[in-house]
Structures are given as C-alpha cells and as structure tokens.
Design a protein around this ligand. Structure first.
Ligand code: BGC
Length: 380
C-alpha cells in the first residue's frame, strides 16, 4: 500500500518528499512523476555466502538480469556472517539504493535494516528465504519449499524401493533404518522442507516400514546450524557410533542440501559403507543440484537431489523489481502460505524437480544448467 500511495502521488513527489536519489524516488522521476530511467536506479542485492555454489549462481544471475534491464547493481556476499550482512544492507541504504533484494542468513535478524529501508521508502524483496518478524518485507520470490521437502522424502522412498519413481507403490516393504537431517533453524525454509518431508514419511514410520533408529525426529534434534557440511558429517559419525555399533546398518538418510549430503556420505564411507549404492551405501537425498553432488549421483554414490533452477528465480526477482521500480505491485501467485510472523507476504513460487541418475541429461544438461563435461568432472 505504501508504494501504491507513493506512485499515485506524483504531486507530492514533485514537492520533494522523495526527491533525493535512492529514497524510493526510484518509482518516479522526481520532477515529473514519470517513470525514472533505470540507469538512474540502483538495486542492492544481498546474498548469504559464496561457500555454496548456488548462491554465487543466484548473485550472478540477479546481477546480470538487472544490468541487462539497465539498472545499476550493488551485489554483496556476507560470508554467512550475520553482522556482515546487516552492515552490508545498512550501507546499501546509506548509499542510496532504490530497491533491495535480500537472501538472508538469519531470517529473524534484519528487522532493523528493513525498518530503515521502509523509512526511506525502499521496497524489499526477500529472495529464496523469507525474512521474518518485520512488516517491511514487500514481496517474496522463492520455490514451493514445502513441495521441495515432499520431493526429498519421495526420492528417499524411491531409493529404498518403497515407491516407484512414478509414485506408485514399490515392491520393498522394509523395515528400513533411516536417519533424518534438517537445515538451519534460523532459515525459514528449513522448517518448510522438513515439514513437507515428515508429512510424507510419517505414514511409513507409523507403519514400521521406516525405523528412525536413533529416535531423533524433532527438527531441533536433526537441524544443522548454518547448513554446514562438517556439522552434518560430525552428526552422522556420532549417529553411527551411538546407534549403529551393534552391527545394524543405516539404509537411508534424508538430507536437505547437497553440501550436507556430501558430509553425510563421507562419514558413511569412512565407517566402511559403500563406496557406492550398489556396494551398500545408504540412499542419501539432497538439494540444489550442486555440481559435486550431480557427479556423485552420476557415479552411483548420492541417490538424488532437488533441482531448483536459480536462473528462473533470478529472472522472477528481476521482473518483480522492475514492477516496484515502475511504481507497480509485482504479480504474486501465492498470497496465503508465507506468514512471516507479522504478515502474510505476497509471494511468487517456482517449481522444483527431483534429479535421479537417469534424468540428469534431460533436467540438467539439456536445459544448459550443467554441461556433460562438468557432470563428468564434478567441477563448475
Ligand atoms: C535454500 C536451499 C539451500 C539452503 C542452504 C536454503 O534456504 O533454499 O536451496 O540448499 O538454503 O544454502
């Protein structure tokens, strides 16, 4: 509403209420009320980290899309450090950003920055991860995160043979020993992924087809702070010692992100499992179609991942930014799901796909996301 009012108030803008560059004047030319030249507008893009290749790809794609549309871009990565990200956003605001696109590290830690943005009439788009506890989140572009969790759990069931890839009932009845992992509790997505996964797995746990032998099923018990690979590896090592030193074997692991999956696989291989699925490595799931994991899938080591086309997400962020900067509201396709604790944030959700070895070609290579050589080498 704030933005609509501003867009409709050309006269007030002309009086100079939003006259200084970078204070929401983005939507209109200061003197005429006409749409501003993109070349006069700067978009601040705050990404969490460069340790995972998806965020580098996201940052690059958003920057390119905005530049192609004529805007100036201030792209920053925060090394997964919350104060650094806060500082970067503060600086974007001080330097006169006209719009912010933010993939948060801790979704609850940016309320002060968002208030400053709102005070300067700067629209904020939450990117991939919802920013919580603030009314100053204007839009959210993401994937259907609950569905991602359903897909992760589905691929685990397919890997165990409980389901077939087409969703029909498979031959295997279990019982199968499985362990569960979740992402960082301060990332809103982690909760959606885990909820989607558990809603899918629960009936099989109840029926005894799946046995979580450690008994650890609460998200607090299975979470991985900051999505760190080494933390997941350590927890898997601890689980093998605490729960599987009686000669029993773990047969499946729900993992919500490829980095964690690789840590889990390393722990399992170091303990004598595998090294491949055919040689007894458990079914391990993933997310993001990172090249190192796509290679592992191709080599029969990791079982699956979830492909979220970051090119499409970046494109959607750019389209939404253009709407705001033209003084319009972006188009949402979901106005119910993402309550950030203060309000329901209008969202645009994209679809994801399960990657198995046999569709790497059609999903990832044919679409130009990775080349055949990259899949073979595991290097981007
Ligand atoms: C993203 C995932 C990613 C994870 C770790 C989540 O917020 O949605 O794609 O795997 O963060 O970076």
């Amino acid at each position: 509403m704030r933005r609509i009012t501003i867009a409709a108030m050309g006269a007030v803008v002309a009086l100079g209420l939003a006259a200084c560059s970078g204070s929401g004047a983005g939507s209109t030319d200061d003197s005429t009320g006409a749409a501003a030249d993109p070349a006069d507008l700067t978009v601040g893009v705050a990404m969490p980290t460069q340790t995972s290749e998806r965020w580098i790809a996201d940052g690059d794609a958003v920057e390119k899309g905005l530049k192609d549309a004529g805007y100036k871009v201030d792209l920053q990565f925060a090394g997964d450090d919350i104060p650094t990200q806060q500082q970067q956003i503060d600086q974007m605001i001080t330097k006169g950003a006209d719009l912010l696109i933010i993939a948060s590290i801790d979704g609850t830690a940016l309320a002060t920055q968002l208030q400053a943005a709102a005070d300067a009439n700067i629209p904020v788009i939450a990117y991939d991860r919802l920013i919580r506890d603030s009314e100053n989140v204007d839009f959210y572009v993401t994937f259907d995160n609950y569905k991602v969790g359903v897909q992760q759990a589905t691929s685990l069931l397919v890997g165990l043979g409980v389901l077939n890839a087409d969703g029909s009932k498979g031959d295997a009845a279990g019982p199968f020993n499985v362990e569960l992992f979740a992402g960082s509790l301060d990332d809103n997505n982690a909760h959606f992924f885990y909820q989607g996964a558990m809603d899918t797995l629960q009936e099989y746990i109840d029926a005894g087809t799946l046995v979580v032998k450690s008994g650890q099923t609460d998200i607090e018990q299975v979470a991985t702070l900051r999505w760190l690979q080494e933390t997941a590896q350590k927890r898997m090592e601890d689980l093998l010692t605490s729960t599987y030193s009686d000669g029993s074997k773990v047969q499946g692991v729900l993992s919500p992100y490829d980095g964690l999956s690789r840590g889990i696989i390393t722990a399992l291989q170091n303990a004598g499992y595998g090294p491949t699925l055919a040689q007894g490595l458990p079914v391990v799931t993933g997310q993001d179609a990172e090249i190192a994991s796509v290679k592992l899938i191709n080599d029969d080591v990791q079982f699956s991942t979830i492909f979220k086309d970051t090119r499409k997400l970046a494109e959607q962020a750019v389209v939404s930014a253009q709407s705001f900067l033209a003084g319009e509201e972006p188009e949402a396709n979901d106005t119910e799901t993402y309550d950030n604790g203060v309000k329901v944030v209008p969202s645009f959700l994209l679809k994801s796909d399960i990657v198995y070895k046999d569709n790497i070609q059609s999903l990832l290579i044919d679409s130009g996301y990775w080349t055949e050589d990259q899949v073979a080498s595991g290097q981007a």
